[in-house]
Design a binder for this molecule. Structure first.
Ligand code: 2PG
Ligand code: MG
Length: 417
């Protein structure tokens, strides 16, 4: 690809959707300036890169400003070429010098600026560079949240998710999920007297009900919305198993259901839920330190996509070995877990090459940026987990509608479940 010069780099502190500080970066390539900010997670995997340098977001901005002299003036020969420079200026394994969020904001801003300076949107530049066929990922939408993303009293499972597997295009996919979300709101206000329809960090309802009850209501809402629209909606779950596991007792603690389960009992319990509710996607069902339980569950529910998030933290090496060990058939791809778009793209490729499902994902603390949607379209991601309700979530879905106008909105990726 063509060589283009980095002409400027500016970094600043901004706030994410939770009100926490994060890093935003502007990069100018051949007169084209692009801006990107990094999101932040709350239920983070132990092996993720460090999100910020010493001194938090401010410390990261300082460190990046000091390093910017080694980036400005350099030439880029592709949308992901700044990533090599970022590795050099940081020089640590875990991005602790500048922080993974400063790295990602720079990586994304430079990629958008490189594409834009050539008159291209990011998704097209990425797909051309990587040799990936552009396609619109199916939205994997959080409609009910618990765990670390909600207050006490909410269910322990972190995310109750909908996948509109029967949609013919992206508009229909979003509409079906929104309708199910509204129906769920109605069901919840009947079920929980006086419940003011509070929300979790990602915009899903966060009601005071047990996990089983939450699943029942979400399943009912999905079924009613499917009947009304004719679009089949399948269910998914992010257990965020590391947060549910109590290392002192060695048990999975589902207090709202009165269940305190060993790993083996949790395998059976989740297997029952899969059968009863037809769950097709199950993320981080266990602690990130128990890959053997992932494998056991995946064997017992072969038609469900067991997905690794904290287990593999978007690292190509961990994803490859977890797929090969049979622990997962899907992996979350969260660019800020590794700090670079190029590494995240490699993770998506590894999944794709091994017939596993790459799932582009937001974080619970988000920004209104929508480069995640371009990343997903341009890099083989078959699903995009970006929430549903809330400006910072809908920004990504609305961007899919715009991209759909160019690539064809019916080029929605399929999930046969
Ligand atoms: C997850 C995410 C995003 P967080 O566990 O999948 O939904 O949460 O960003 O808090 O890690
Ligand atoms: Mg997760």
């Amino acid at each position: 690809m063509e060589s283009r010069r980095v002409e400027g780099l500016r970094a600043r502190v901004v706030f994410d959707s939770r009100g926490d500080k994060t890093v935003e970066v502007e990069v100018t390539v051949e007169g084209y300036t692009a801006r990107a900010a990094a999101p932040s997670g709350k239920s983070r995997g132990k092996r993720e890169v460090k999100p910020f340098a010493d001194g938090g977001a401010e410390g990261s901005v300082r460190a990046l400003r000091e390093a910017s002299g080694k980036i400005v003036g350099e030439t880029l020969d592709g949308p992901l070429a700044v990533d090599r420079l970022l590795r050099e200026v940081d020089g640590t394994e875990d991005f602790s010098r500048i922080g993974g969020n400063a790295a990602l904001a720079t990586s994304a801003a430079a990629a958008i600026a490189y594409a834009g300076s050539g008159g291209e949107p990011l998704y097209r530049s990425l797909s051309r560079y990587l040799g990936a066929d552009p396609g619109i990922p199916l939205p994997l939408s959080n409609v009910l949240g618990g765990g670390a993303h909600a207050g006490s009293g909410a269910p322990e499972f972190q995310e109750y998710l909908l996948i509109p597997v029967g949609a013919k295009d992206v508009m229909e996919a979003i509409e079906a999920n929104v309708l199910a979300y509204r129906k769920l709101g109605r069901l919840l206000s009947q079920e929980v007297k006086g419940y003011p329809l509070g929300k979790g960090d990602e915009g899903g309802y966060a009601p005071p009900v047990g996990n089983r009850k939450a699943l029942e209501l979400v399943a009912r809402a999905a079924e009613e919305a499917s009947d009304e629209t004719g679009v089949r909606i399948a269910l998914g779950l992010d257990v965020a198993g590391s947060n549910v596991f109590d290392p002192r007792s060695g048990r999975y603690t589902l207090r709202s259901d009165g269940l305190y389960l060993t790993g083996e009992e949790m395998v059976s319990f989740l297997g029952e839920l899969v059968d009863r509710f037809g769950i097709v996607y199950l993320e981080d069902p266990f602690s990130e330190d128990s890959p053997e339980l992932f494998a056991e569950l995946q064997r017992s529910v072969p038609n469900t996509f067991v997905c690794g998030d904290d287990l593999v933290v978007t690292r190509p090496d961990l994803i490859r070995s977890a797929i090969e060990a049979g622990s997962i058939r899907a992996a979350i791809v969260k660019p800020n877990q590794v700090g670079l778009l190029s590494l995240a793209a490699e993770s998506a490729r590894i999944c794709h090459d091994r017939r596993a499902l790459p799932v582009a994902s937001h974080r619970s603390g988000e920004t209104t940026d929508a480069y995640l949607s371009h990343f997903a379209v341009g890099t083989w991601c078959r699903l995009i987990k970006c929430g549903l309700i809330g400006g910072e979530r809908m920004a990504k879905l609305n961007e899919l509608l715009r991209i759909g106008e160019e690539v064809g909105s019916d080029r929605l990726r399929r999930l046969s479940v």
